[in-house]
Ligand binder design. Structure first.
Ligand code: FMN
Length: 252
């Protein structure tokens, strides 16, 4: 058990204990692994974890990210080098890069509108509701992307720090996109573990180099790079530590 779990609260009767146990096992055995075996990872396993990652929640279901599977060995080596030559990146047989951008949200919006127009299961009321909701998001994306918001937002955040995360201006919008992308990244980490794989999320990389190597369009940010593979038997993994439960959890 990790240090945070002070006690194991009883399961309520409507919870399937197998579900909880399976989740807890995956979550508790997921570790940041930095030494990978040369054993290749099956393509189907990579596809499976990428598909699970896509089920992550996102703001407005706009999925403002792309998941890049760096397959070509030469390119993978260059991306690994751009991760400051980190052990995890250099030894992993699979490198995944998560990019995020408001333009990805706009594309999703168009695709979602087309889906709503043609989805057989939706009645007229639901179609109207979703069209209205997506129209609101389109206006939000258009308005927020105005560059003038960025200096205004910086000033607002200075005087009212709780408003720092407002998606105002191109910078705020990129942060907004990155937040949703991170949910996909975390889902991917858990999916990898559930699939018998290990992973290491990495923020130690040159975003400019990675973006250039992957030819990311202007406006994409790279919230995280993820190394995936099978841990080496002698992989160095420290005993897990978390701060006390009462430090992190505040009951109001
Ligand atoms: C946003 C983020 C960035 C991270 N960047 C790196 C990194 O660049 N290199 C690395 O070896 N581990 C990195 N990690 C892994 C953390 O060091 C690791 O998750 C933490 O020490 C807790 O260990 P655990 O994941 O095994 O529980 C990162 C984790 C997160 C969430």
């Amino acid at each position: 058990m990790p240090a945070t779990t002070a006690s194991a609260p009883a399961l309520s009767s409507d919870v399937d204990p197998d579900d909880w146990l399976a989740f807890a096992r995956v979550n508790q055995t997921r570790r940041a692994v930095r030494d990978f075996a040369a054993t290749p990872v099956a393509d189907d396993d990579v596809r499976a974890i990428l598909a699970e990652a896509m089920l992550a929640p996102s703001s407005g279901n706009l999925q403002p990210y792309q998941l890049h599977w760096v397959r070509e060995p030469g390119l993978r080596a260059r991306v690994a080098a751009a991760c400051n030559g980190q052990r995890a990146a250099a030894s992993a047989p699979v490198l995944l890069v998560v990019s995020a951008a408001p333009t990805a949200a706009r594309r999703t919006l168009d695709a979602q509108l087309a889906h709503i127009d043609s989805a057989p299961g939706l009645d007229a009321g639901a179609r109207t509701y979703y069209r209205g909701k997506l129209g609101g998001f389109r206006r939000f994306l258009a308005l927020s992307s105005i560059a003038l918001w960025s200096p205004i937002h910086a000033l607002v955040a200075l005087f009212a720090p709780t408003l720092t995360l407002l998606p105002m201006g191109p910078v705020g919008l990129r942060h907004w996109a990155a937040r949703s992308a991170i949910y996909a990244a975390q889902t991917l980490l858990l999916a990898a573990r559930a699939r018998g794989l290990d992973a290491c999320p990495m923020e130690g990389f040159s975003a400019r180099q990675v973006a250039r190597l992957l030819r990311l369009p202007r406006g994409h940010v790279v919230p995280i790079v993820i190394a995936v593979g099978h841990r080496r038997p002698d992989a160095r993994i420290e005993a897990r530590w978390r701060r006390p439960y009462a430090d992190a959890v505040v009951e109001h």
